[in-house]
Design a protein around this ligand. Structure first.
Ligand SMILES: Cc1cc2nc3c(=O)[nH]c(=O)nc-3n(C[C@H](O)[C@H](O)[C@H](O)COP(=O)(O)O)c2cc1C
Length: 136
């Protein structure tokens, strides 16, 4: 059961209701039971999410998430075996588009708006790992 980190990005489906608090509540419940940790960025347009855990459970969770109608255009940015988790304290940390986080996006990309297709997987991970958290 190799430790795996999967990073994906997607876009919100504006035609489907989204209650981010409810989404986080059920994601954290499931992740807690599956030993998944990670982080979710959401700015109203884009999602960027990191899932860490055993390879099988990360794969299962990713495929379930990919079918969720609340987002579309989902793309895997990276998926690798890792020696350690980056987000081991969080069942799903949450980052939003705050002024502090925008300044961090500017540090790691060409502009202060996070555009996943303009950023490397390393830069996206830096933003999530160093960002200002809004929950556990
Ligand atoms: C952007 C986004 C992130 C999500 N993150 C997780 C997650 O980390 N863990 C999880 O179990 N479900 C997550 N979900 C919810 C799943 O897609 C799914 O709704 C939930 O696991 C319930 O699945 P079920 O309806 O098949 O039981 C996420 C959904 C979206 C749209």
């Amino acid at each position: 059961m190799y430790l795996t980190r999967l990073l994906y990005c997607s876009e919100r489906n504006a035609e489907v209701d989204l209650d981010i608090e409810q989404l986080l509540y059920s994601a954290r419940d499931y992740n807690g039971r599956s030993n998944i940790t990670g982080a979710l960025w959401f700015d109203g347009t884009y999602f960027v999410q990191v899932l860490e855990g055993g390879r099988q459970v990360v794969s299962e969770t990713y495929h379930r998430i990919a079918k969720d109608p609340r987002h579309h255009s989902i793309e895997i940015v990276s998926c690798e075996m890792v020696d350690a988790r980056l987000f081991h304290q969080w069942r799903m940390a949450y980052f939003a588009d705050t002024a502090d986080n925008r300044s961090l996006v500017l540090k790691y990309s060409g502009q202060d708006k996070l555009i996943p297709s303009n950023m490397s997987s390393a830069s996206l991970l830096h933003v999530l790992a160093e960002g200002n958290l809004l929950g556990d």
